[in-house]
Design a protein. Sequence first.
Length: 92
Amino acid sequence: MPATKKPIARPELRSGPLITAAALFGAGALLALAGLGVGGSHLVAAARRWVKEMEVPPGELAKKKLAQAKIAAAAGASAWQDGHPARQANRS
């Protein structure tokens, strides 16, 4: 006698709750994107105002700091190669 196969039990899904869930998920995603847009545009506008109010533009400040760093590195390398000890701060 051949063994009869038992049908596999599958969950019964109704389409109504799944459609509602998908719609709510989509609406939430759109709201999240809208919030991201509003917040992002505010942050960009604030950053632009901040940069505009600076006395020295960031690019110029970066060039100045890079030049200072190069001079300091050259002085440090020269002192290291020439064997000059670093100056110690007086502790009083």
